[in-house]
Design a protein around this ligand. Structure first.
Ligand code: ADP
Ligand code: MG
Length: 515
């Protein structure tokens, strides 16, 4: 098959729901339906003996066999293993994500035939380790990941497409500034973007990888459980399946409260049953602090972009949780503008990813793209050094956050002895001056140094962020033409051998368990 016929596929791999989109023959993004006939697939995995079940059925199993269900695995990305144990085994979170992607691939292939190239989305606030884990998940699901794209950027691209900015006639010379507020199921992302013609430029980004609709659900679970305890003196949260059932009930109540002023949640446990009524006001009071956190981060991001509310053309709402009326009210009050819900909250991110896939495929064919994306890094990059006084590990920031990408930072080290063979550099991402409070990306050992270097020879280490936020390390020795690409030895990352093993297992080419 030539590249010309290759479908442009974008996958929004969400914490709670995932969506697949592809460009139709006219280059228009459309949402694919899954095998169940739904446009969104719950990002939930059930381990049923030898079987791995993904999606709606796995979500249902939360009420009966919660111990065998992996939900919100995206939240654990960057960790070595997912926090729950299944059948005595702990899986890396990116392997669980790979199973989700594998279902999306199989369901889509049923309709359009086999395909391998995709773009997968990540929260803008994902650090480098989580970005790599996402690409690895795609690989293990049998994909060739063309690129990863930041979710708010993808939403902005979908918005731009919808507004006609992506074709020559529609693209305006007047730059448009938008703030993308994305409150999903498990993550919160806010990004300030400038659309200059068909160029999408991120100015600043911030967020929280552990704040989303799921946390609002948990507050409802607590409200209902507390009322249940007052009545029956037992706590339904103590049993995983009872808690899982109550969570599903409360998520439904939350959706109802986006449309009505009150709703009731049924709860039964150990032979007791209750129906607890919850008003919208009670719900909003119980979650005020969560909303306030998004409000604070939103203001900070605007400030980091060097803008005021008056400088913004639009506040774009993305993510299922922005359907909560309190989000609209808060943003209206904060910005003095009516937030814009014109893009499909659940589908815009996938659509933007499909448009980006189309751009990548065109580029592979040597064609010119119809739009361009410029990102910033969401976390500062630092090199670990030791404080001479306290002997504490310190984060020496080399590339501050919100720097326009791609960017290269340079640090010159000196060899300590003559004919030194290697140099060890530890890399972190984060804002804290203490290296231990940052995300450990890994150690980078520079080998292959030129022979016979005198002691105190300068060695320049170049840290290069690619446009998608992935990091490459390169070493040059001033005065020589020596240039070495250096492999980063990562803290919590799967080796190539493991990735290939999991790829065969997840894609079912090899029926036996792999680890
Ligand atoms: P993610 O990409 O993080 O998986 P989504 O953008 O798909 O998240 O949004 C899913 C979240 O949106 C879930 O927490 C879900 O409960 C919430 N949600 C969806 N519809 C509504 C609604 N009508 N009212 C309130 N919350 C909603
Ligand atoms: Mg999302």
């Amino acid at each position: 098959m030539s590249t010309a016929q290759e479908p442009a596929i974008g996958i929004d791999l969400g914490t709670t729901y995932s969506v697949v989109s592809r460009l139709d023959d006219n280059g228009q993004p459309i949402t694919m339906v899954n095998a169940e006939g739904d446009r969104v697939t719950p990002s939930v995995v059930l381990f049923d003996g030898q079987d791995v079940v993904v999606g709606k059925e796995a979500l249902k199993a939360m009420a009966t066999e919660a111990d065998s269900v992996a939900e919100c695995s995206k939240r654990d990305m960057g960790h070595r293993v997912f926090h729950k144990v299944f059948g005595g085994k702990q899986y890396p979170p990116e392997v669980i994500e790979a199973w989700i992607l594998n279902k999306l691939r199989a369901d889509t292939a049923q309709q359009i035939g086999p395909f391998t190239k995709v773009v997968i989305t990540v929260p803008a606030y994902f650090d480098e380790v989580r970005r790599k884990a996402t690409q690895d998940a795609g690989y293990m699901a049998g994909f060739e990941v063309l690129d990863i794209i930041n979710e708010p950027t993808a939403a902005a691209v979908a918005f731009g497409f919808q507004q006609g900015y992506l074709n020559a006639e529609g693209s305006s010379d007047e730059p448009k500034r938008i703030l993308v507020y994305d409150l999903g199921g498990g993550t919160f992302d806010v990004t300030v973007m400038e659309i200059r013609g068909s160029e999408f430029v991120a100015l600043a980004t911030d967020g929280d990888v552990r704040l989303g609709g799921y946390d609002f659900d948990q507050r409802l679970v607590d409200l209902v459980a507390e009322s249940f305890i007052r009545e029956h003196y037992v706590d339904p949260r103590e049993d995983p399946s009872a808690a899982g059932k109550l969570w599903r009930e409360c998520e439904d109540v939350k959706r109802t409260l986006s449309a009505r002023n009150k709703a009731s949640a049924a709860c039964d446990y150990r032979g007791f049953a209750s129906r607890v009524e919850i008003t919208k006001k009670q719900f909003e009071e119980a979650t005020q602090d969560l909303l306030d956190r998004t409000r604070f981060t939103t203001s900070q991001t605007l400030k980091a972009a060097g803008l005021d509310w008056a400088d913004l053309d639009r506040v774009l709402l993305v993510g299922g949780s922005t359907r909560m009326p309190m989000v609209h009210a808060m943003l209206r009050e904060l910005s003095g503008k009516d937030p814009d819900a014109s893009v499909a909250a659940d589908e815009a991110v996938a659509h933007g990813a499909a448009l980006h896939a189309g751009l990548q495929l065109a580029k592979q064919q040597g064609l010119k793209g119809t739009f361009a994306i410029k990102n910033v890094n969401s976390h500062s990059l630092g090199v670990v050094g030791t404080d001479p006084q306290t002997k504490r590990r310190r984060n020496g920031i080399l590339i501050p956050r919100n720097t326009s990408l791609p960017v290269t930072g340079k640090r010159v080290f000196k060899t300590s002895k003559a004919n030194q063979k290697s140099i060890l550099v530890q890399i972190v991402e984060g804002e804290s001056p203490s290296a231990d409070d940052c995300t450990q990306i890994g150690k980078c050992t520079v080998r292959d140094m030129p022979p016979n270097l005198a002691a105190q020879s300068p060695v320049a280490v170049l840290f290069h962020y690619e446009p998608n936020g992935r990091l490459k390390v390169r070493v040059t020795v001033p005065g020589t033409d020596r240039q070495v690409d250096s492999e980063i030895v990562r803290e919590n990352s799967l080796s190539k051998e493991h990735l290939d093993g999991w790829r065969r297992y997840v894609c079912q080419a090899e029926p036996t368990d792999y680890r």
